[in-house]
Design a protein around this ligand. Structure first.
Ligand SMILES: CC(C)(COP(=O)(O)OP(=O)(O)OC[C@H]1O[C@@H](n2cnc3c(N)ncnc32)[C@H](O)[C@@H]1OP(=O)(O)O)[C@@H](O)C(=O)NCCC(=O)NCCS
Length: 136
């Protein structure tokens, strides 16, 4: 089956976010105030949405947020393919920096894409985070 990456609408991103990230919280929990301003990307295998991520561009910088692959589809390379694509998209916007609040247990994953941790770390919802970033 063919793998495709396209822009999706925020409602499609919400479905996957909720299933993967916070299934025990209310559906509204995974919505972001900024979602209308975001560019949402989805990776499809055939017609099925497997992985999503949302990009928020501000002042020559982009933050990607809510990166999620359906649980039973993780570890198959979908997330890497999607993140590669989004990093290239961000570069096309002639940005200076891309960054994310990474779950600490995902630091090594982001390092493979050339992102480095800076010195900001924090805790939210009982999970430890660190800022990972890449400059062009
Ligand atoms: C983070 C996340 C989006 C990654 O998506 P994914 O589709 O699983 O990503 P990949 O399959 O490309 O990579 C996941 C791992 O599988 C490995 N992998 C990729 N393709 C593989 C393959 N064909 N065979 C074996 N391993 C493979 C990758 O190297 C990576 O290893 P690592 O985690 O040790 O670095 C996903 O784990 C997820 O949704 N997690 C829950 C939500 C979350 O934590 N989001 C990120 C917040 S910062």
């Amino acid at each position: 089956m063919a793998t495709t990456i396209t822009r999706i609408n925020k409602e499609q991103a919400w479905e996957v976010r909720h299933k993967v990230m916070w299934p025990d919280k209310d559906f509204d929990y995974i919505k972001l105030e900024d979602d209308d301003a975001g560019i949402h990307f989805g990776l499809f295998e055939g017609n099925t949405l497997k992985s999503v991520v949302s990009l928020f561009i501000k002042n020559e910088e982009a933050q990607f947020r809510k990166f999620a692959t359906l649980q039973k589809e993780q570890g198959k390379g979908y997330g890497s393919t999607l993140l590669d694509y989004v990093l290239k998209e961000a570069k096309n916007h002639e940005l200076k920096r891309i960054w994310c609040n990474a779950r600490k247990n995902k630091m090594d994953f982001y390092k493979k894409f050339g992102l480095q941790e800076n010195n900001v770390s924090f805790e939210k919802g009982g999970k430890a985070y660190v800022i990972m970033e890449k400059y062009w």
